[in-house]
Design a protein around this ligand. Sequence first.
Ligand code: MN
Length: 233
Amino acid sequence: MTDSFVFAPAAIPSVAVAGDTRRFPVRRIFCVGRNYADHAREMGSDPVREPPFFFTKPADAVVDDGTAIPYPPETANLHHEIELVVAIGRAGFNVAPADALGLVFGYAVGLDMTRRDLQNKAKDTGRPWDWGKAFDNSAPCAAIRPVAEIGHPAGGAITLDVNGTRRQTGDIADLIWPVADVIAIVSRSMALKPGDLIYTGTPSGVGAVRPGDRLEGRIAGVGTLAVSIGEPA
Ligand code: MN
């Protein structure tokens, strides 16, 4: 290794796998923009079944369950978005929806943390979303539950509590674009590879968190995720 690079390469980002000492190595993180009708409405959009749109986060934005995340810089409006995360275990390009679930290694509870003020400014000015979405520690992800253990969850309550108060409630059965469709559509534009994560969108109730807050997410049949917000780094 020392002969190949001018300095030691960064560690491979990874997520825990439930019931396994080995971890899931993260390659890319894809995120669906609006995928629950009630959240589309709260963000000021008409939730007709338009083709989904996507943004990405860097692989090293992942954060383990149980972590205290420093409050990120350059925002006064850090939002939580609780989401079902799909972990890809097999490569696929231009996959048919009927074959798409065959790519899935497992599922997890995740948070698409968002600097909403920066995202809104980007929307208003037609600029990229990256600074609002793709910052350090912006992708908490609980341990992945393998398909071999839990199958492919098609429905179940998805909730987020902040300091014990319910903020977000939905059901993954209400995804406008179900997991198989999301995988198929992403794979038309980009080759999916083992290690890819897809954050599938959030139900309504997104809102701000502050240092000291404790976030607890849950998806029935998938698991739980708990992170806290620390002081700015
Ligand atoms: Mn989201």
